[in-house]
Design a protein around this ligand. Structure first.
Ligand code: SF4
Ligand code: F3S
Ligand code: FES
Length: 245
């Protein structure tokens, strides 16, 4: 049975904006993205929103719904009270382009800064042999849909724009961890690079990134903490230091 919902949506651009109120129809089974589309179709044809798959797989429709970073296409209207006002704002950590669309290019810059997978030079195609446990570890990290909700949430850059230069954020520290723990990767300096080039030391394991990940990846426990442990081993374990010499 349909009803009328109260929406408050941020409208504006880089030079400023405001929250505007709308009353809009909601039908059985709909998600927040359906309602934003209905607003576009019926009341505000110029409203900017980024989306692609409507299936939680492209990572395009990230926004903040009632202040919580979420995918609009995976947020069911049935999770809200019918008389509740639902506020939709763009991700706060990235500069707004228009309405709900942000400039997320920071993330692509950081992605390019992670050196690529480096297998042994004499490894022929088909020679790859990995234990199942190593395959599964990589597979967890590779569920990432690059929605950047973890990047948006991490307080290291959310509240401190000045840290963006030094900090790659959980998504790309996870990529470094994935490569560092890959049994066929031969790059030797990944832990040290994670500390120096990617700002791992700024992460104080608050786990907010893990809390908002729509793919339920254990970013902190399975990637960031093991990476920190490897940095500590390399720097402070006297036996490992001896072997490295
Ligand atoms: Fe999104 Fe999770 Fe990937 Fe972060 S790790 S970009 S929250 S899917
Ligand atoms: Fe930020 Fe996640 Fe660390 S939220 S502080 S990267 S645990
Ligand atoms: Fe693709 Fe939401 S539209 S994840």
């Amino acid at each position: 049975m349909g009803y009328q919902a109260h929406f408050r949506v941020w409208r504006g651009a880089a030079d400023g904006g405001e929250l505007r109120d709308y009353t809009v129809e909601v039908n059985e089974g709909e998600v927040v993205l359906d309602i934003i589309h209905r607003l576009q179709a019926t009341q505000c044809p110029d409203m900017a929103v980024r989306w692609n798959c409507k299936a939680g797989k492209c990572g395009s429709c990230s926004a903040e719904i009632n202040g919580r970073p979420r995918l609009m296409c995976m947020t069911r209207m049935s999770t809200f009270d019918r008389d509740e006002t639902i506020t939709v704002t763009p991700m706060r950590t990235f500069p707004v382009i228009k309405d709900l669309v942000c400039d997320v290019s920071y993330n692509y810059v950081k992605a390019r800064e992670v050196p690529a997978f480096r297998p042994p030079e004499d490894l022929e195609p088909g020679d790859y042999r990995m234990r199942q446990v190593d395959v599964q570890r990589s597979q967890e990290f590779r569920k990432c849909i690059e929605c950047f909700l973890c990047q948006n949430t991490c307080h290291v850059i959310r509240d401190h724009d000045e840290n963006k230069q030094a900090f790659s954020g959980p998504r790309f520290l996870m990529r470094v961890a994935e490569l560092e723990m890959h049994p066929l990767d031969t790059a030797e300096n990944r832990p040290e690079e994670s500390r120096g080039d990617h700002g791992l030391g700024l992460c104080n394991i608050t786990k907010c990134c893990t809390d908002v990940c729509p793919e339920n990846i254990s970013i902190t426990d399975n990637a960031l903490i093991p990476l920190k442990e490897r940095v500590a081993d390399r720097r402070y374990d006297p036996i490992l230091r001896l072997f490295r010499r």
